[in-house]
Design a protein around this ligand. Sequence first.
Ligand SMILES: [Fe+2]
Ligand SMILES: [Fe+2]
Length: 669
Amino acid sequence: MAHVIIWGDPRSVLGGTHAGVIEVRSFAGLKTALDGRGAALVLAGLSELTAEQGAVEAWLKNGASKRVWLVAATDAGGDSDGLLERFPFLHDVVARPVSPVRLRLTLERAFETMNARGTLLQLQDAYERRGAELSVLNKIGMQLSAERDIDKLLDLILQKSREITGADAGSLYLVERTTEDGNGAVDRLRFKLAQNDTMPLTLAEKAMPLDKSSIAGYVAVTGETQNVQDAYQLPANSPFHISRTFDDVSGYRTKSLLVVPMRDHLDTVIGVVQLINKKRDRSAVLRVKALVDEQVIPFTSVDNELVESLTSQAAVAFENAALLKRMRDLFDDFVGAAVAAVEQRDPTTSGHSARVAILTVGLMEKIDQISSGPLASEKYTPDQVEEVRYAALLHDFGKVAVQERYLRKERKLYAGQLIALRQRFAYILRSLEADYLRARLHAHESGDASPERIAAIEADYHGKRVEAERVREVVEQANQPTVVEAERERLLASLPTRSFSMLEKDPEVEDQDGFPVEAWANGPWLSTKEVELLSIRKGSLSAGERKKIENHVTKTYEFLNKLPWTGELRRVPEIAWAHHEKLDGTGYPRGLKAAQIPRQSRMMTISDIYDALVAWDRPYKKSVSEEQARAILCEEAQHGKIDAELLQVFLEAEIYRLPEFRDRLQKRT
Ligand SMILES: [Fe+2]
Ligand SMILES: [Fe+2]
C-alpha cells in the first residue's frame, strides 16, 4: 500500500484538505515517518525544500530515491520549469490546488515509475552480484589450481566453500575406491578434515565404509546435493541420519547443512564437502545455543550453485595435485632404488645419500628462517628445497660407473696381488732352503764337510732367510693403509733390483702388473708396480685409482643431465656436480672457485663431509667422533675450503642433531 506524506503546511502544499495523508512538519519528521514503511509519495512545501535543499538532495542521492517520489506543488500558472531547475532532484511539480483525483493519478504514476525503477535496480543488483560471484569463483579457482600440496588444497577447498556461503563450520571427505581386484576390500569414505569458527578443532582422519547411512555417505553414493534446514528435524522418511555425537560431546548445535559432491572430469564423485550452519552475521560466534536460532539460516539455492561450481573446480585441482603427487612418489621411489643400487656397490656408504639429504635440507630450511646478518636475504621456495633434496640424494650416483674394485679396495694391494706376493716369498724361502741343502750335500759329496764349512753354509742360509722374512714382513705391513715410514719405503724401493732364481721362462705368461716376462727366469722380489702401490702415502688408493673414484662426480653430472628435470628442479645436476669443489679451487673435478660454486652445493659439501666423517668406518680408518668431525669442518673453513657462514649455521643450529638424521645414523649397519 502506497503512502502519501505531506511535508509542510497541508493548506499551503495541497491548497485543500485530503483524507488519509500523513502530515509532517520537518525533514527529520519526514524521515521518521518513512521509517518502516514501503514507498511513499512526498508532497513537499517550497519553503521546506528551500530550507533543506542540500540535505534533501544528498538524502535522495544516498538511496532514498528508491522509495520516495518527491513532488513540489506550485500555484496554478506558476513556473514549474523554473522550480524543476531550482530543485533538479524533484521528480515532479503539480499545480495547486491539488484535487484528490490528481493526487491519486500522481500517486499511481509515481508508483508505476518507482516499481519499474525498482525492477531495474533489482536486475542490476543481480547482475552485479553474479559478476562478483563469478569473479570470486574465478579467484578461488586460480588459488586452487596453484596449490599443489594436497593437504593444503583440501583445507583451502573447505575454507573457500565456507567463505562464499557464510558457513560457520564444515567437513571434507574423500572417496577411496578399491581397484577391481581389491581382494574383497570395500570402497570407503575418508573423513579428512573439519573446520569450525565457533570451536576451532583438530579431528583425526578416519575411514568408514562408503554407504548411504550418513548424509556425507549418501551424497557420495548418489551424487545428489543435500540441503537440510535443521539437522535435528529430518523428515521421518529421510534415507540418511545425521550423527549428533560431535554435538553431544562438544555442546555445538548443528542446524543448517549443505552437503555437496566433488566430481572429477569423468563425473565420478571423488569427495564430499559438508557445510554447517549458514550465519546471518558471518562474524557471529555460535557458542550460546540461543544464538543458533537467531543467527543460523538455511543455505540458499545460490549457495548450492556456488558450492557446486567451486567443488567441480576443486575436484580438478585435487586430481591434478594427486596426479602430481603420484608422479613425485614414483620418482622418489625410483630415486630411492637408484641410491640403493649405488650404495650396495659400496657398503661403507650405506644410507649416506639419504643422511646427506636430511642435513642439507635441514641446513637450507634453517638459513631460510634467518632474518639478520649476511644470510638474511637467502630465501628458498619449497621447490628449491626439493631441488636440493634430489641433488643430495643423487650426489654420489656416479659411483655406479666406478669399478667396484676401487670402491671396495681395503688395502694397497688387491687380494690377488697379495696372494701372488705371499706365494712368491714362500717360493723365495723354499729356494733359499733348497740352495742351503744343496750346498750341504755338495760339501758332503766333495769331502769338505768340516764343521767350519757347514757352519758357514748355515750362517749364510740363516742370514738370507732372516732377510727374506723381514722383507716379507715389511711388505705385509706396507700393505696396510697406513703411512709408510721412510726407512721401509727405501727398502721397498730397492726390491725390484733384488732377484731370485725362478722357474724357466714361460712364453705363455704375459707381462702383468709391471712384472716383465724376461724377468721370469730371474724374478725381482717386488715389481715396480707393487712398490708404487705399497708406497701409497695415505689410505689405500694410488693417485690413478683416486682419480677413478673422483670421476664419480662427473658421472653423476652426466647421468643427472640426461634426466628431463622440469623448470623448478632444473639445477639438480649443477648442484650435485659441485659437491666436491672447494672454495679455494682445490676441489674436484673442475677446481671451481667460491663464486662459481652454488650455495646449495656448499651446503651439501658440509653435510657430505660431516656424514662421511662420523658414519663411515672406512677399511683403513675408523669413523671419527662427532666433536672431531666438527673440529675438522672448522679447520676446513679456516683454511678457506668450505663456507664458514654456512658452517656457522650448521653448528649453531645443531643441524647434526636433527632426529631424522640421528635415527638413520644409529640404524646404519
Ligand atoms: Fe661424492
Ligand atoms: Fe657423498
